[in-house]
Design a protein around this ligand. Structure first.
Ligand code: PGA
Length: 241
């Protein structure tokens, strides 16, 4: 694992962009993430598109996850998040973007179809955040490392963390999501994980220095051979080396 420690979240976004920009080329496939963490990077990607004309016309994207039962027009759906913060601000064609479907019947079949699309169009670089409980995407502690894309139940800690986007009301947060499994994520050719803030200290320590254990889902990344982790000083504070 290559670990880069930046001063703060702004500098972490700059460091992450330096990694990502190598992949902003025709034919590349980006794995994208939602949450607060990638926002700084997405801002830099939009600025770069506007200032330098970097084009996304021949780039494809696959997002990690989507809430179950939230209409895509809902501002907190991950579909809406991606359009608001990236897709509508660059020149990527809608048909090149993919976000798991969390609506309708037979979500299991839709999840299997999503994995099939990824197998046919392998991800060159997967962007990840990490939850305070060590989750990646919505793979909560205990999720098998070989899981494919699947429907999962959100843990109470995740519902609490995400309630800040739902008027602070935990009862408004969906209780399930469709998420790429860890098995799917590990197929990406390269991984770029960003973690900032003191609330990620324990998860970051477990990911980098802990045993590889399903109780810290991100610890499996120790087994991937091309991982870059960008931290700010607060998230890195508990690392011993
Ligand atoms: P955050 O979420 O970027 O909003 O902290 C990260 C995650 O839960 O994966």
């Amino acid at each position: 694992m290559k670990v880069i420690i930046a001063k703060d979240a702004n500098e972490a976004a700059v460091k992450a962009f330096e990694v990502m920009k190598e992949y902003l080329k025709p034919g590349k496939v980006l794995g994208l993430a939602t949450g607060s963490t990638p926002l700084g990077l997405y801002k830099l990607m939009v600025e770069d598109h506007k200032a330098n004309g970097t084009s996304y016309k021949d780039i494809k994207t696959f997002n990690l996850d989507e809430y179950v039962g939230l209409p895509i027009e809902h501002p907190e759906s991950y579909y809406a998040f991606m359009h608001r913060n990236l897709f509508d601000l660059i020149d990527i064609p809608e048909e090149n973007t993919h976000v798991p479907c969390g609506l309708g019947d037979d979500l299991d079949a839709k999840c299997a179809e999503y994995d099939k699309m990824i197998d046919e169009c392998p991800v060159d670089i997967q962007l990840l955040g990490i939850g305070s409980d060590g989750h990646i995407a919505f793979n909560e502690p205990g999720t098998p490392f070989d899981a494919p894309t699947h429907v999962c139940d959100l843990q109470e800690s995740t519902i609490k963390d995400n309630s800040r986007f739902f008027d602070g009301d935990m009862s408004k947060v969906p209780t399930q999501a469709c998420t790429q499994g860890i098995g799917t994520i590990m197929k990406a050719k390269a991984i770029l994980l960003i973690a900032t803030g003191a609330n990620k200290q324990d998860a970051v320590k477990g990911m980098i220095e802990g045993e590889i254990d399903v109780n810290c889902p991100a610890s499996i990344l120790q087994k991937h051979d091309d991982v870059t982790i960008v931290l700010d000083e607060a998230a890195a504070a508990k690392l011993s080396k």
